[in-house]
Write a protein that binds this ligand. Sequence first.
Ligand code: ZN
Ligand code: ZN
Length: 397
Amino acid sequence: MTDFLAKAQELFNYTQTLRRDFHMHPELGFEEIRTAGIVAKELRELGLETATGIAKTGVVALLEGAKPGPVLLLRFDTDALPIEEETGAEYASTISGKMHACGHDGHVAVGLTVAKMLNEMRDDLAGSVKFVFQPAEEGVVNQEGRSGAGQMIHEGVLENPKVNQALALHLWNSKPLGWLGIGTGPMMAGAEYFKITVYGKGGHGAMPQVSVDPILAASEIVSALQSVVARNVDPLKPAVLTVASIKGGEAFNVIPPKVELTGTIRTFEPEVRQIVLERFETIVLNMAKAMGCTAEINLKQISPAVINASEIAEKVRIATGHIFPETMIDEGNYLTMGAEDMAFMLEKVPGCYFFVGSANTEKGLDYDHHHPKFDIDEDALPRAAALMAAAAVEILK
Ligand SMILES: [Zn+2]
Ligand SMILES: [Zn+2]
């Protein structure tokens, strides 16, 4: 039995050096040129057939096992965020206004470590591993409206050879080092973007009777939308409906002709999503009408929910049992209302998206994802690499 954790720990310097280098040089979605260059160089040095320029800055490499078998995709996201780093770390971002505040620098380093580990274990693999280093997970979309995962699928990442299963992970600072989240079913929420435009009739603020006020209508809409989650959704099932921006009017004495609202809807289950979307539309259109206005809705799905397949999640848990026999696995679902574009891949192939606890309160490394002081305990890196490699071997043995 391979000691995956010992192997990953032997490679710790390699993993840490890469992670810190990526951390110092963050790149936003579809701009990960430097990152992709290093990834491709490392994969080619292992002798893996490597393709670049997929979804602009994505990299894909294929590792063929000694025996025939299924194709397992391992996905690692590579992008940073438009945040000014405030960690003060020696390896802090050198680029003003950009930061790896979600841990994707760690994911890339873990991915390259896993490639190194599995490359030495070719003989144990019945099947192939497709390493996918994916750009633009954080919500940046290209001209076609696709995020990194969507664009990579569009460019055929799930074909040639055809992918049978998929795994992905996230370093998770909401939980301490040592914690592992490997659930079955819905894990991360599906997300929608919406924009509502409420049209009234502009006029003098002192003569409201000759205007139709879209600000009042918009206010009523915002209030009434709160009833959807509170009164229409099963209290045992999670849902969020947030109005996040409201824009209308310029002058203190002018009723504007229109107001724009934007926001997001998050749900896990298709039935809940359906109820929320139906009630959303009914309330917006009819509340506007009741207030003498009209409303226009622009609704776009950002990503579906991340759903783990039970048979793959079970194999990841078996692999965990081998390397971390003492660890209690958190098998709960509904893990976060945050969204994740890996959902597009898991919609097409069965897989498992798991979470590796990375916070350490004693070291002050417990700021949450997307915070300017976000940083992880790097001891989570070899744990993540060991688990990903072991899970891959468990699936392809
Ligand atoms: Zn993020
Ligand atoms: Zn992330």
